[in-house]
Design a protein around this ligand. Structure first.
Ligand SMILES: *[C@@H]1O[C@H](CO)[C@@H](O)[C@H](O)[C@H]1NC(C)=O
Ligand SMILES: *[C@@H]1O[C@H](CO)[C@@H](O)[C@H](O)[C@H]1NC(C)=O
Ligand SMILES: *[C@@H]1O[C@H](CO)[C@@H](O)[C@H](O)[C@H]1NC(C)=O
Ligand SMILES: *[C@@H]1O[C@H](CO)[C@@H](O)[C@H](O)[C@H]1NC(C)=O
Ligand SMILES: *[C@@H]1O[C@H](CO)[C@@H](O)[C@H](O)[C@H]1NC(C)=O
Ligand SMILES: *[C@@H]1O[C@H](CO)[C@@H](O)[C@H](O)[C@H]1NC(C)=O
Ligand SMILES: *[C@@H]1O[C@H](CO)[C@@H](O)[C@H](O)[C@H]1NC(C)=O
Length: 313
């Protein structure tokens, strides 16, 4: 009995596996599936399609109404290299969205509803080369060093978002970065922006649409192109330092002046004393030997004088 039971349950598991696999591996309704590529562009999808073949390399979900990427289902696609989610309503934190899709090279999340990017958003995507985050009007923060693990990143686009500030090291530490989209953002050109504006000038990267990288605040710099604002910021932000420099220089000058005065005063006293002693020494030479004890005391006090040496010899 048990010998026939075993193979039957095995067969059941096998059948169940085939059914499950055929269900999982079927092309999502209304999408077009070619070899390792699933294209669901503009299909009015409200949700991420759950029947995407597991060996998919290229997944295009562009121009739908998807508001959420389910982490578990997405991370079944461990061979995924190319993911295009532009023009959707994705607005979640992304904290644990991309965990096992470590082969991802191209990720397009432009024209969505992202609000912030943190280190955990993309920290597992160590092969990422292209990352598009443009046209996310509610994206107001990219945390410092959010891309620290994405060292292969070549093209990063954060144009037309709500970003007012970007920490310089977040992008300057990317060794392979070639192109960085920064245009159309309401940059806050305060003094903390100075370092970033200097880096933009000196980095030698390609900044697409560079004319439209401009300051939005403070109001006196509104509309200024960021590459040109560096001189202005230098002037505004470093004048404060100059005041301290002037005070410092004044103090140093005063110290030098006082030291000089003191030295001159001491030199004057020495000169007077020397004059006085040479004068008295000459007087002593003319005087009798009765005055000897008084002279010895004074010669002890001022031993280096040649006259006293002569006298003692
Ligand atoms: C597929 O497209 C047809 C026509 O465009 C539409 O009526 C249907 O609801 C779509 N199916 C799904 C699952 O989106
Ligand atoms: C995906 O499909 C859309 C139309 O449905 C087409 O315009 C687009 O070129 C396709 N993309 C790819 C990469 O095949
Ligand atoms: C999808 O989003 C677009 C733009 O936000 C909207 O006009 C459209 O009605 C939405 N479609 C559905 C089926 O929700
Ligand atoms: C975008 O996200 C904000 C909150 O983060 C929400 O209020 C808004 O409705 C979202 N917009 C869309 C189009 O999903
Ligand atoms: C990402 O960086 C963290 C800390 O810097 C490190 O512990 C982790 O292993 C990195 N992840 C990958 C996949 O390299
Ligand atoms: C710009 O930055 C400065 C200093 O960091 C801050 O005080 C100010 O509130 C910011 N302005 C805007 C509009 O974010
Ligand atoms: C700069 O932005 C304006 C308004 O958004 C746009 O009309 C113009 O084409 C942009 N310039 C470039 C070079 O793209």
């Amino acid at each position: 009995m048990s010998s026939s039971n075993g193979p039957r349950s095995l067969r059941l598991v096998f059948l169940f596996g085939i059914v499950l696999a055929s269900k999982v591996l079927s092309c999502p309704p209304n999408c077009t599936c070619q070899y390792l590529e699933v294209n669901c562009t503009g299909k009015q999808l409200q949700e991420y399609p759950l029947t995407i073949p597991l060996d998919t390399r290229q997944l295009i979900l562009a121009a739908n109404n998807i508001s959420y990427l389910p982490s578990v289902e997405l991370n079944f696609l461990t061979d995924l290299v190319y993911l295009d989610c532009r023009e959707n309503h994705i607005g979640e934190d992304l904290g644990f969205t991309f965990i096992s899709v470590v082969k991802l090279v191209y990720l397009d999340l432009s024209a969505n509803n992202l609000t912030r990017v943190t280190f955990t958003s993309f920290s597992q995507l160590t092969n990422l080369v292209v990352l598009k985050l443009s046209d996310n009007p509610n994206l107001v923060e990219i945390e410092k060093d959010s891309f620290a693990n994405n060292s292969w990143l070549r093209h990063l686009d954060v144009s037309r978002t709500g970003l007012t500030f970007l920490d310089t090291s977040t992008v300057s530490d990317l060794p392979n970065l070639k192109s960085l989209g920064l245009s159309g953002n309401p940059w806050n050109c305060s003094c903390s922006f100075l370092e970033f504006s200097i880096w933009i000038k000196e980095s030698g990267l390609n900044f697409p649409d560079a004319e439209n990288i401009s300051c939005y605040s403070p109001s006196e710099l509104r509309g200024w192109p960021v590459p040109d604002v560096e001189t202005q910021l230098h002037y505004i932000c470093l004048t404060h330092l100059y005041q301290w420099d002037y005070i410092f220089l004044g103090l140093v000058g005063f110290c030098i002046f006082s030291a000089g005065t003191l030295a001159a005063w001491l030199a004057g006293i020495c000169a007077v004393l020397y004059e006085f002693h040479t004068a008295t020494g000459e007087d002593d030479a003319d005087e009798d030997e009765e005055e000897e004890p008084r002279w010895q005391v004074s010669s002890l006090r001022t031993s280096p004088w040649p006259t006293s040496l002569q006298r003692e010899m």
